[in-house]
Design a protein around this ligand. Structure first.
Ligand code: ADP
Ligand code: ZN
Length: 759
């Protein structure tokens, strides 16, 4: 903190001290407004209440505006000539952040180059900050030295009864509780308060605190040899009380979840808590149910919780009464008092990265938290991110392989359907003849089918055949998608929608062509082709209502639905033994995106969706339709050989100085005026070049260039990409280049460290 202190600006005088005198000072960080920390004087009356991790209200600026900030340090210091304003009020009854959470958030601010205050607000749910679901309550206790005072007072029987109840009570009571227990009205209580024999205080209490449901506990399976080795590696670290990151590379259905559960059982037996991060709660109802069934008290932090529920969960977690917390990325900030283990399931998923400030990756934060608490971090995936793969190769992480499915079930056979020939013949249906036959066979023998198409809408482009121009969003640099149920051409980046034009807006041509397949059109084709079977579509258009995932999956599980089709949300984590066929309608959707991770993402999605079949006794197969049958990503998925893909792809990354062989940042600016944004980015690039010259002369600075999506919601976007040898150099260069940067009006810009979104 010491260098930081010199940066502190002090406010105008409110109080002046002798040079030698020490005073209690608290350092405050503001979530909005000033970026730097400020010191304030702690008045005698607030000495007990001002505590690190609570929020305070303080005067700020010329008009002494009252603003709220987090107290991050309290100490007695000589003030010297410093003149400080006093803290006015303490906002929170209890501290919201432990010293270790403060250290974690401080690290996040430094690593992701954003304000500490922004991070502090981001790690605390709004319901906790606003004390949702609480109300102010009066609490009554007996006055001190009550016996001496009673000896001289002559009290009526009712008042004596009240005193007796309070004397017997272990904790303060509300007036209503007290009246009920003493069998009287409020009169005697009010009288005693007036005489000063009962004292009252006001506190903020939870109005009702729902107990977490406890489910009946079930037993697990006898682990197989691979699972046992994975468990042993975790237990060794646990028992040694040291941090270790274990990468569990286990193919789909190899029993990774069972390994997490066993390790957590050990942690819970020590009286400690576990945090389990999953990519998206609504897509993993089965995983949550398994944790509930095995641990009973599990806090599942999903996005449909109300603020009050979230606050209640948070308090129970902070009290240490919840052994297992399951949630999406922000659950890494769960205030468990004795962390014993962190698990990230499907660790390669991009939802672990937050795309608004602070742009953190939950894996990185988890690693930091686990290291600080000397506990293991377990990363599980069938297709680990290449960043994690490389860290396992280099020995930083311990790699444990689960190469077989449980009960020695075989992996499904993957067949590639080369659609180049069909395309040349002008056959453009979504379902090839081979896939159609395979579906008929699977359904005919009582099996179920999953079809993946990672594009929603009906037609994915609306085009003029005369001039070839697609119809685009006027506000975004994106082609419109046709949604047939309401006959609208919709933009998937803003809410723009319009009736599809009857003639070409560019050349006036009289014909408009609707091409490309989205999930709606696939659904229409499937219904027409398979009239005897029921089909359910799952994509963001059909899954708007809370609980809609669970309902759709329940219908599929019961067998009421035989064909489940949808976007990537059907590819994740589902375990339905009766699925004997998975069809990938178009494996190439993400393959040619301008993103260096396009191939990695494609294999990950294909392997995930392929893993949805062959989980029962009937076995299963996968059909992958593609125009790129020889692409390494497609071939890797067909051979179930992620390791070989990873090795080949890592060589490409190394050649191009891409992560994990370099530290990357992406800077994006946007604004209404094209040339103003471009000019600002030119200037920023110049500063970056100068700064990195001194720090890492081998750094690559690419840009400025229009972002791949050059306009969103009417704002023009430009990007700069920086690749530097190490994160230390990257941070130093970025700090030097952006310090005291002047930004033109109406231009907004961001830095994204370790970016995942390259569009
Ligand atoms: P993963 O998470 O690797 O995809 P799961 O943990 O979901 O795999 O396991 C797949 C299925 O196998 C689940 O239904 C699980 O209950 C079952 N299972 C896990 N371990 C065993 C085991 N050792 N013996 C038998 N079945 C098991
Ligand atoms: Zn748009």
């Amino acid at each position: 903190m010491s260098e930081q202190r010199q940066l502190f600006e002090t406010e105008a005088p409110a109080w002046e001290a002798d040079d030698a005198e020490t005073a209690r000072v608290c350092t405050v960080i503001f979530p909005t407004g000033p970026e730097k920390p400020f010191d304030y004087l702690v008045p005698e009356t607030l000495r007990d209440a001002v505590e690190v991790g609570r929020r305070v209200r303080v005067p700020f600026g010329a008009g002494d505006r009252r603003i709220m900030g987090y107290c991050v340090e309290v100490s007695d210091r000589p003030l010297g000539r410093r003149r400080l304003k006093p803290v006015l009020e303490v906002v929170d009854e209890h501290r919201l952040l432990t010293p270790s959470m403060l250290r974690l958030t401080r690290w996040m601010a430094e690593y992701y180059l954003c304000d500490w205050g922004t991070v502090l607000d981001a790690v605390l749910p709004a319901g906790v900050r606003d004390a949702a679901g609480t109300r102010l309550t009066t609490l009554l206790t007996l006055a001190p030295k009550i016996d001496a005072r009673l000896a001289t007072a002559k009290l009526p029987t009712k008042q004596l009864a009240v005193i007796d109840v309070l004397r017997a009570a272990r904790e303060p009571l509300t007036p209503k509780q007290l009246a009920n227990a003493a069998g009287c009205a409020q009169g005697p209580i009010t009288a005693l308060r007036r005489k000063g024999l009962i004292i009252s205080e006001t506190r903020r209490l939870m109005s009702e605190m729902d107990e977490l449901p406890t489910a009946p506990q079930t037993d697990g399976h006898q682990l197989n040899g691979d699972q046992q080795r994975g468990l042993d590696a975790i237990l060794t670290a646990l028992r040694a009380r040291e941090h270790k990151t274990i990468l569990l590379h286990g193919i789909t259905g190899s029993g990774k979840t069972e390994v997490y559960i066993r390790a957590i059982q050990e942690v819970v037996s020590y009286g400690k808590q576990a945090i389990v991060l999953v990519p998206e709660i609504s897509l993993t109802p089965q995983t949550c149910d398994r944790f509930r069934a095995r641990f009973g008290r599990v806090a599942v932090l999903h996005s449909h919780l109300s603020d009050a529920e979230r606050h209640a969960h948070w308090l129970q977690i902070a009290q240490g009464s919840v052994p297992v917390v399951v949630g999406a990325r922000s659950a890494i900030f769960a205030p468990v008092p004795h962390l014993g283990i962190v698990v990230l399931d499907e660790e390669h998923e991009s939802t672990f990265k937050q795309e608004t400030a602070p742009r953190y990756h939950a894996r990185e934060v988890a690693l930091r938290r686990a290291r600080e608490d000397h506990v293991p971090l377990v990363l599980g995936s069938a297709t680990p991110a290449l960043e994690s793969w490389q860290r396992a190769r280099s020995g930083e992480f311990e790699l444990i392989e689960l190469p077989r499915r449980v009960l020695d079930r075989p992996l499904p056979e993957v067949l590639i359907v080369d659609q180049r020939h069909d395309a040349q013949q002008g056959r453009s249906g979504a379902i090839s003849r081979q896939l159609q036959h395979a579906m008929q066979r699977a359904l005919g023998s009582g099996g179920q089918v999953i079809l993946l198409l990672n594009r929603r809408g009906f037609s994915t482009h609306i085009q003029c055949p005369a001039c070839g121009k697609p119809i685009r969003c006027p506000h975004c640099d994106i082609a419109l998608t046709h949604h047939r149920h309401d006959n609208q051409a919709r933009c998937h980046y803003c809410d723009y929608h319009t009736a599809p034009p009857r003639e070409c807006p560019s050349c006036g041509g009289p014909e408009i062509f609707f091409g490309g397949y989205g999930t709606q059109r696939l659904e229409a084709d499937v219904r027409a082709m398979f009239r005897d079977y029921t089909c359910q579509r799952m994509d963001t258009d059909t899954m708007q209502q809370p609980g809609s995932h669970e309902r759709a999956l329940a219908r599929f599980r019961s067998g009421e639905v035989q064909i489940l089709l949808g976007t990537q949300m059907i590819a994740k984590g589902l375990d339905f033994p009766n699925v004997t066929l998975v069809g990938v309608i178009n494996a190439d959707v993400a393959l040619h995106l301008p993103d260096f991770r396009a191939a990695e993402r494609t294999v990950q999605l294909l392997v995930q969706v392929a893993g949805r079949t062959g989980r029962g006794e009937q076995g299963g197969r996968v059909m992958v339709q593609t125009l790129n049958p020889d692409h390494p990503a497609i071939r890797a998925a067909a051979r179930h050989d992620y390791a070989r893909f990873a090795e080949a792809e890592l060589r490409v990354r190394q050649e191009h100085h891409y992560p994990p062989f370099a530290a990357m940042a992406r800077l994006v600016a946007r604004g209404p005026a094209d040339e103003v944004v471009a000019g600002f980015m030119e200037h920023l690039t110049e500063r970056l070049r100068e700064a990195f010259q001194a720090i890492d002369s081998g750094a690559r600075i690419l840009g400025p260039a229009p972002a791949p999506i050059a306009k969103i919601r009417g704002l023009h976007r430009f990007q700069i990409q920086v690749q530097s040898a190490t994160h230390e150099q990257l941070h130093a260069g970025l700090r030097a280049a952006t310090d005291e940067l002047t930004v033109p009006d109406h231009v907004q810009w961001i830095i994204d460290i370790d970016p995942l979104n390259m569009l």
